[in-house]
Design a protein around this ligand. Sequence first.
Ligand code: C2E
Ligand code: MG
Ligand code: MG
Ligand code: MG
Length: 278
Amino acid sequence: HVQLSGRNGYRFYDEKLSNKTARDFLMETKLREALLSDELQVYYQPRVDSSSGSIVGLEALVRWFDCDGKSIRPDEFIPIAEDSGLITGVGEVVLHKACAHAKQLCDAGYPLPVSVNLSPKQFEDSGLLNILDDALFNSGLDHSLLELEITENAVLGNLAESIKTLELIRSRGIKLLLDDFGTGYSSLNYLMSLPLDFLKIDKIFMDKLFQDTKHENIVEFIIVLAKSLGLKIIAEGIEEPEQLDYLKRKCCDEYQGYLFSKPLPFESLLELVGDNFS
Ligand code: C2E
Ligand code: MG
Ligand code: MG
Ligand code: MG
């Protein structure tokens, strides 16, 4: 039967849905505790220059190991954090840890920019700019070493308002990346109007790259499009040497993926960066 639910309007009520809701509730409670007991960690995946093969940046990715040591994937808990409002707390933890680590790297002689993912709720939050300023101030990190990753659905709601927010962020020297490009509406109108620095092509295009020429062509098109807008382009989820060869031929600036490295805890990353720079 049909049930009225507050936020989402009518939806079909069934066993599966009610189970999921109970699970979500449990997850929310656990996440609340996780924030209090500092269970969230930040891992880092290198961003690599396609032509030179050197590390040119890092992406901060949240990791949650619960009290039993079990890991819970961000794909599972980020949506619940968004719905429950806990995302603000999660985001602040990630931001503060990422800035502190980036500062530590910089002081060790490796001034690598670190990008932090922002979910749509965080982007809408009126406290966002204060949170950013606090994280930069507390860590002492050079503003140019902080970058933020936003997605298309975060900015679509109110384009004019989003542009204002993005400009305020950028006026602080923080760079902006558009994440998961190609999976949303990918409207050319907003792409042209948003103040951005980087475009990230989503992994799904890389997975299908050699399936047919259509996918090769669309990736080539996105690279040319980004460049014509003055944006640097990053490919996500590169696992095969053939994918990297293709990206090099098409002059894609940077890539990330298991081919080079999985996301790593800070200590392991420090070693990898040391090797890469020497
Ligand atoms: P994303 O920002 O698009 O991050 C890329 C995801 O792809 C990461 O998954 C990364 O570990 C994974 N990945 C990178 N290279 C490869 C590869 O070669 N092969 C495969 N199979 N996967 C690869 P992760 O860490 O599980 O994060 C998933 C998503 O959760 C992220 O997608 C992002 O949307 C969200 N997320 C992660 N950390 C945060 C955070 O601190 N805050 C917010 N708001 N969202 C986050
Ligand atoms: Mg990202
Ligand atoms: Mg992505
Ligand atoms: Mg993603």
